[in-house]
Design a protein around this ligand. Structure first.
Ligand code: SF4
Length: 700
């Protein structure tokens, strides 16, 4: 760095994009963030960063930052004071709740918040506004992993550590394109000299190029594949009888259930021949250390929860869990998807307490000193159910924080019409994205680098993110916004946030709330987190430096009898089968250069130059049939809409009859096409299989 550009100081922090959780430093000069560099001492990334992390400081000064609160007047968003914005929203919330009941106000949160912010928001919404119609955008990416862990192991919580990728003999990556979506995680896979990597994915993504074996399973047949592998393990007597007997329930029922998944039947469903199925099953049992990593290819499915359980079944049958180099490991998407799962108020109460558990309710009420009867007894609507309730006219106000459904949710045309039915749409965000533009009121939020708190990464490691610069304009941290907004509701601030003035106040309460739970933070402090380079929960007196992996002998399963459940998971054909009119399967996903709906990355020149627009990956056979070549433009349609002007990339990475399009781009809004089918247990959308039609353009 040239002398005149050298930062005045480097601020210790953590990347705010994906769930890998890389440690970094933010370079600050004259009060502005000017550099980002990797932290060489941080276990997660050891000094490396992906292109997004390296350019993260540029996001802070984006021209699309919202600098003041805004209210829509005469169809235009106009700058107002914080008092005007808070007064308008609080008055409207009070009116709507008086006329239509508390639950007519709903909130959609985000895995972009810091843990302190999400805990504070959940507490305010559920105990202050008294509505349980509250969910997070994490339901679009992680909910199936949460519910799968719960039904199999008794609680949410990824089992393993990144270190386990370094120790495993065999690494299965299923529906996980880590090369694009968790790039620094590949560091840990590549550090393992003896590993065998098996990639199971309908698409030969960049990750398949790391594989020793690539298994091109048919779209949405992974649940049948895992049932088939479990069948073979039991048929061959390869199971770990001792482990099963001591640690699981349900073997008899599972054996009966698996009779529907003999190898030939599974081969017919998955497209994987019988010999390969036996080889895959053997891979699972012939080595001591086997780990499975999965992400959205598994979670974003109408069978997501049960597919997760089918993967966990195989680990339980073979005893590959709770030991070094093993485990069914769900890799999270957003920087703090895990933090939202722990602090809860969505699929569970804070600290993974169950809604129906009166003892847990009482305990929580006592810790935070609130009347027990104001704590909800049951979960409210999930994300998609909130949207449906708005459509029916049952929900009248929606407060969205740090997420952009007008790019990320399914069936965009319908969503836009539904949101127009609201009496009040409030968006709290740092960027004027697509959803913020249609809001009635916008709360101007600070972003990464302008605020402090904790993110939990995929391996349960709590990392500290620090404030390097002051929030832009009049923007406030999300913590400050919630605390100040709560003062507009009589008695709420005093009851819920007495004397809270900084995120540390929320963190200290959260430590008490989590004490004794699986996600125990009681042994942590901000200082210790920084000193140790992150701490994996549970962290308490017994485990003062955290815990590398769950479900070893000292962390039993969280079921009543401390035994895991072998789950009978049923495979179903696709939610939206192809037809003569819509004969192609659309798969959507991400690319390493962009982040989600591009609110954060679109103004970063280096990222935008690398990936400026959406594209469609199409197989050479389909390209020939349609007479298109790489560089041509084409249209895609489904029963829900049409997307035009998408550039063609002919590639053998997708199989005949399937295409892949990244979902980041609002110019080619691929979620116009996606369908409204959801996992009934988790509420997660089935983003990855939509029946579509391809429309070629004239080729000269
Ligand atoms: Fe940030 Fe994820 Fe890239 Fe690491 S891999 S620098 S956490 S986006």
């Amino acid at each position: 760095i040239a002398d005149e550009k050298k930062p005045d100081k480097w601020v210790f922090s953590t990347c705010g994009y994906c769930g890998v959780g890389c440690g970094l430093y933010i370079g600050v000069k004259d009060g502005k963030a000017v550099y980002t560099k990797g932290n060489p001492k941080h276990f997660v990334n050891q000094g490396t960063l992906c292109p997004k992390g390296l350019s993260e400081h540029q996001m802070i000064n984006s021209p699309h930052r919202i600098q003041t609160p805004l209210i829509k007047r005469n169809g235009e968003l106009q700058s107002v004071t914080w008092d005007e914005a808070f007064t308008k929203v609080s008055n409207e919330f009070k009116r709507i709740q008086k006329e239509h009941g508390n639950k007519a106000v709903s909130v959609i949160g985000t895995g972009q918040f810091l843990t302190e912010e999400f805990y504070t928001l959940g507490k305010f919404v559920q105990l202050g506004l008294r509505t349980n119609n509250y969910d997070g955008n994490t339901t679009l990416c992680m909910a199936s992993a949460v519910m799968g862990y719960k039904q199999s192991l008794g609680s949410d919580g990824p089992t393993s550590s990144y270190e386990d990728f370094e120790h495993a003999d065999t690494i299965f990556l299923v529906g996980a394109n880590i090369a694009d979506n968790h790039p620094i995680l590949t560091l840990h896979v590549n550090k393992n000299p003896k590993k065998k990597v098996i990639v199971i994915d309908p698409r030969a993504s960049k990750t398949s190029q790391m594989a020793d074996v690539y298994v091109p399973v048919r779209p949405r047949t992974d649940l049948a594949l895992y049932n088939g592998l479990a069948y073979i393990v039991l048929e061959q007597g390869w199971e770990d009888e001792g482990y099963i007997k001591a640690n699981t329930n349900g073997l008899k029922e599972l054996k009966k259930h698996l009779q529907d998944y003999p190898p030939q039947e599974v081969a017919n469903i998955t497209g994987i021949d019988v010999k390969t199925l036996y080889e895959l099953a053997r891979e699972f049992v012939s080595n001591e250390k086997v780990i499975t990593g999965w992400t959205m290819g598994i979670n974003q499915s109408f069978m997501g929860t049960d597919t997760v359980s089918a993967i966990i079944n195989l680990h339980l049958l073979t005893g590959h869990i709770g030991r070094e180099g093993t485990g069914p490991f769900s890799i999270t998407g957003q920087c703090n998807a895990m933090g939202t799962r722990e602090t809860g108020f969505t699929s569970s109460l804070p600290g993974y307490r169950n809604y129906g558990d009166e003892k847990a309710l009482k305990e929580y009420a006592q810790i935070v000193n609130v009347p027990q009867d104001i704590i909800p007894r049951e979960r409210g609507y999930k994300y998609a159910e909130i949207i449906d309730a708005i459509d029916r006219g049952e929900i009248k106000a929606l407060w969205i924080t740090a997420t952009n459904p007008l790019v990320s949710f399914v069936n965009q045309d319908k969503l836009r019409k539904t949101l127009a039915k609201l009496d009040l749409l409030v968006v709290q965000d740092a960027f004027l994205g697509d959803t913020a533009q249609i809001a009635d009121v916008v709360f101007a939020a600070a972003t990464w680098g302008e605020k402090e708190g904790v993110y939990t990464n995929s391996e349960r490691r709590c990392n500290k993110a620090n404030k390097a610069v002051e929030p832009i304009g009049e923007a406030k941290s999300d913590f400050d916004i919630i605390i100040e907004f709560s003062k507009y509701f009589e008695g709420v601030n005093e009851m819920l946030f007495p004397n809270w003035s900084e995120p540390r106040d929320a963190f200290e309460e959260w430590k008490k709330v989590s004490k004794g739970q699986l996600c125990d933070y009681s042994g942590m402090s901000y200082e210790l987190i920084e000193e140790l380079g992150g701490i994996q929960w549970p962290c308490n007196e017994e485990h003062p430096k955290g815990t590398k992996r769950l479900y070893s002998s000292d962390t039993p399963f969280r079921t009543a009898d401390k035994k895991a459940n072998l789950v009978c998971a049923e495979w179903y054909p696709m939610a939206e089968p192809v037809s003569p009119e819509f004969p192609v399967i659309l798969n959507t996903g991400r690319t390493v250069e962009q982040w989600h709906t591009r609110t954060k990355t679109r103004d970063i020149a280096i990222l935008d130059n690398l990936a400026p627009e959406a594209w469609v990956d199409i197989s050479p056979i389909d390209a020939q049939k349609l007479k298109v070549k790489s560089g041509d433009r084409m249209s895609l349609s489904s029963p829900r809409g049409r997307v035009d002007d998408v550039i063609v990339r002919v590639t053998s990475s997708v199989r005949e009859g399937t295409v892949f399009v990244p979902f980041h781009f609002n110019e080619q809004l691929v979620n116009t096409l996606t369908n409204e089918s959801f996992c009934p247990k988790s509420g997660e959308p089935n983003f990855k299989q939509t029946a579509i039609q391809l429309h070629s353009v004239e080729v000269p």
